[in-house]
Design a protein around this ligand. Structure first.
Ligand code: GTP
Ligand code: MG
Length: 188
């Protein structure tokens, strides 16, 4: 058949926001949330899903397939000492997922700083790539709404890229499919 279109997705956001948890939810064993039919090749990957998620060191690469697209997701570490790795992948990226811990009010300004640095970077600034935001951990009692997160991050100022924000609970997998459907529809 036809070769699937290759899409590189960069998953960014502060440490502890839930990036790896989100990506783990997309793995094949999780039938309620996967993106589509996966080839046999990826079955081994699912074994890691049951393991406890630990802070990412550097980054991890995961591959997913939908009916029409072949995704390579770069799950970057959000720890400050590794954030300088992010920019090395900007040139090759076709989409960005930016994850926010909706319960982490104290670090919302840090998340905004990192987002602004990303959006002003020369390798991102001129590209019309879609940016999907997950306002994650909405299950936390003091979590901000996605509207509030959107206001805190001044997302309405993003005029030159399609963007979308979804509230999510990555542990339960809630909100993820909606976001990924949007992303799939907006990668060119
Ligand atoms: P780094 O790899 O350090 O950048 O972190 P990360 O963004 O990959 O975060 P990770 O997926 O490791 O999740 C951090 C912690 O948040 C883990 O203990 C997760 O179980 C927890 N977590 C992730 N998503 C949610 C959520 O939606 N709700 C709640 N309550 N906890 C979550
Ligand atoms: Mg991680």
């Amino acid at each position: 058949g036809l070769r699937k279109k290759e899409v590189n997705v960069l998953c960014l956001g502060l440490d502890n926001s839930g990036k790896t948890t989100i990506i783990n939810q997309l793995k094949p064993t999780n039938h309620s949330n996967h993106l589509g039919p996966f080839s046999e090749d990826w079955k081994h990957v699912s074994q890691t899903q049951a393991q406890e998620i630990v802070p990412t060191i550097g980054f991890n690469i995961e591959k997913f397939k939908s009916s029409s697209l072949s995704f390579t997701v770069f799950d970057m570490s959000g720890q400050s000492r590794y954030r300088n790795l992010w920019e090395h992948y900007y040139k090759e990226s076709h989409a960005i997922i930016f994850v926010i811990d909706s319960g982490d009010k104290l670090r919302m300004v840090v998340a905004k700083e990192e987002l602004d640095t990303l959006l002003n970077h020369e390798d991102i600034r001129s590209k019309r790539i879609p940016v999907l935001f997950f306002a994650n951990k909405i299950d936390l009692r003091d979590a901000m709404s996605s509207v509030k997160v959107s206001q805190m991050l001044c997302l309405e100022n993003i005029k030159d890229k399609p963007w979308h924000i979804c509230a999510s609970n990555a542990i339960k997998g809630e909100g993820l499919q909606e976001g990924l459907d949007w992303l799939q529809g907006n990668v060119s």
